[in-house]
Design a protein around this ligand. Sequence first.
Ligand SMILES: [Zn+2]
Ligand SMILES: [Zn+2]
Length: 264
Amino acid sequence: MCFKYASVASGSCGNCHYIGYKNTKILVDAGLSGKKTEENLNNLDINLENTSGILITHEHTDHIKGAGILSRRYNIPIYANENTWKVIENKIGKIKENNIKVFENNVPFYIEDIKINPFSIHHDAADPVAYTFYNGKNKISIATDLGYVCDKIKENIYDSKLVVLESNHDVEMLKMGSYPYYLKKRVLSRKGHLSNEDAGRFCIELVERGTEKILLAHLSRENNFPELAFETVKGVLQEKNIHVGKNLELSVLKRGKISNLYAV
Ligand SMILES: [Zn+2]
Ligand SMILES: [Zn+2]
């Protein structure tokens, strides 16, 4: 058996990832409306009955908008660390007491047969995390909304077969674009978002450590476009003689649409 992964949506209007393994279904973030999440998953014939958990990365609306609704509708537990719970509790509405699950960063836990490691990342949120998932054979990682990739983050992600990695913006587009100064500063800061170039540089290390599929995620609508993210990362990899299509599979996740179902 292998992991199944799909991006339900990716970008500032809503983020949601689906992970399946055997009969276990997990969502990472639920930033779309409940209805849109159902619709997108239906395109892959996936329903949310018996979903084992919604794992929250951080409290920004594009990651939690539908979490409460889905938890109430399908009786799904929501997992987050304590600091994140403090700031999402009144945003997601009332959910059942026993669906409130609290984890500690950097302390792995299991949902059925999947070992989950939530690890700290750098972003302007209360206590943001990224996740790795391990089924005893393969590992996959989801890391978006991170200002930079420090050594600790790298170590957590290394050896993943599939990595969902933020490739948020093109630095020049951002600098020349219409964002107000404070917002530009925020995005570019170490607690902001990862640029195409930085994503590309980290992809080199990932491929050297055995990553086979990289899915670029959380693209900015104003300061990026899919072809640019793809070509920038591809170009950075090429400089190190790593070739898309030969040494790795590289794709860009769509903003509002469900992706293919990847098997790892
Ligand atoms: Zn976000
Ligand atoms: Zn965020």
